[in-house]
Design a protein around this ligand. Structure first.
Ligand code: GLA
Length: 455
């Protein structure tokens, strides 16, 4: 947890004329299972972590929002608060704050909201797949509620706020789902959560008594802006095409009136298909490994450009076509794993849970292509070091792995991963890692309460 007196002191130094600040806290999260499925409305199994983003904030007499952070990569920023806030250049950190403010001002229909002075501080590792960015969005949203004189609970429920912020965060350009905002707001101390999106709800799932979850940072930056944004968006955009093709197939099999707003509608809503029925629908919709844009256009009776306009935008077409069969398979197998993992956690079966984590990594790497050599290596080393389940966590392409390690073996685990990954593999691959970086790269994480006010 951040040092609150220090944050308040920093606030007073940055804004000497401001009144006494209120502190809003939002934890980071680690996803245990259910990767790259939330944007299709499919359930996930994350937990909050004992690392957070805190913002100290106090109202202003005008409409300006001033932001500052102690970290040098986050320069001070300022904007006029309102329902239409112009974004800063892609990749600017203040866009996460603007996203929250714009979303809430629109929700409450406030044309001329008051301004705020905000000081940010946090210990969620940045670009590490632990959702520091959504934690910032949520913390800023709590600050914005203060400015609007609204209360979490009576004026907007946690469920409503999580839903609103998942939409609002699209402002930064990432086509993410609702997992991060939901767990950050609905997470509970001591438990993981299974999050369902239809409708949004969080069910407590116990963690294992004699095991700990350990995050290991690959030290490959998992940004979700710039070039990385294009790589992340490949998943959601491909899934939009998958949804359209599967909808067509479902109409052929079950009748023209079938509509799929999300892939999740296959399992929920009026269709209510079993996993076996979904599998056979996928087999029929994706007979080959790849589907070209021309083939998709023929199947949907649409012009290729219309498909781009409707769903996939500029998504580049790989030679031979989009690998939709494998991408769809990941959705189905990951859905089954989340369901099974919840049941295993309820019975305390850590070994079974760990096996599903391993299977999830394989599916993320092979079927969904969101891993990278460093993550694969870190996962392999972790398993040799005593982890019973290891996988990438979050968006992938770098960032952290999550590992389920017997509590009694944690020291050995840490020593082996330190030696084999941080002191051997990284230098051999010219990835810098000094002692202080190493120190903060292996984190034992435990679930803390969801976001809220500290004072
Ligand atoms: C990011 C997004 C989430 C989710 C994960 C992958 O963290 O913000 O919505 O899609 O990637 O599971």
């Amino acid at each position: 947890m951040e040092n609150i007196p220090r944050l308040k002191a920093a606030f007073r130094r940055a804004y000497p004329d401001a009144p006494e600040p209120v502190v809003c806290r939002a934890p980071g999260r680690i996803n245990l299972l259910g990767e790259h499925v939330d944007y299709n409305g499919l359930p996930v199994l994350p937990m909050t972590i004992d690392r957070d983003i805190c913002v100290a904030c106090a109202p202003r007499n005008d409409h300006r929002v001033r932001l500052s952070d102690r970290e040098p990569p986050f320069p001070p920023a300022e904007f006029v608060n309102g329902p239409d806030i112009a974004p800063s250049p892609a990749g600017s950190w203040e866009n996460y704050c603007k996203a929250a403010f714009q979303g809430l001002n629109r929700h409450f229909g406030v044309e001329n909201p008051p301004g705020l002075d905000i000081r940010v501080s946090g210990d969620v590792p940045i670009a590490a797949g632990l959702s520091s960015s959504s934690a910032l969005v949520v913390a800023c949203a709590l600050a914005c509620l203060k400015a609007l004189d609204k209360s979490l609970g009576p004026d907007i429920s946690r469920i409503e706020l999580a839903t609103l912020l998942a939409d609002a965060e699209q402002y930064v350009g990432t086509r993410g789902g609702g997992m991060d905002q939901a767990i950050i707001l609905l997470g509970e101390e001591g438990d993981a959560c299974k999050i369902d999106f239809h409708p949004l709800r969080a069910e407590k799932v116990p963690v294992f008594d004699e095991y700990v979850f350990v995050a290991c940072n690959s030290l490959v930056k998992a940004e979700k802006t710039g070039a990385a944004l294009t790589r992340y968006n490949e998943g959601p955009l491909s899934c939009r095409l998958i949804r359209a093709l599967v909808e067509k197939q479902a109409q052929t099999e079950f009748g023209d009136e079938i509509e799929l707003a999300h892939l999740a509608d296959l399992w929920y809503g009026p269709l209510c298909l079993t996993n076996a029925e979904v599998a056979s629908l996928f087999d029929a919709a994706f007979e080959k490994d790849t589907t070209t844009l021309e083939e998709a256009a023929a199947a949907l009776d649409m012009a290729p450009q219309a498909i781009r306009d409707a769903w996939i935008g500029e998504l580049p077409e790989p030679e031979g076509g989009f690998p939709l069969r494998a991408r769809a398979r990941h959705q189905l197998t990951e859905f089954k794993r989340v369901d099974a993992a919840r049941d295993l956690a309820l019975t305390g079966d850590a070994i079974g849970f760990g096996r599903l984590m391993n299977e999830s990594h394989a599916s993320c790497a092979q079927d969904y292509a969101v891993s990278c050599p460093e993550l694969d290596e870190l996962v392999a080393i972790a398993r040799r070091a005593g982890s019973i389940g290891s996988r990438l966590t979050g968006a992938g392409f770098g960032g952290c792995t999550v590992n389920l390690v017997p509590a009694k073996d944690v020291d050995r685990f840490r020593a082996t991963v330190e030696r084999q990954y941080y002191r051997t593999y990284l230098p051999a691959h010219r990835i810098p890692c000094d002692e202080s970086t190493l120190e903060s790269s292996i984190l034992l994480v435990r679930p803390t309460p969801g976001a809220g006010y500290l004072s």
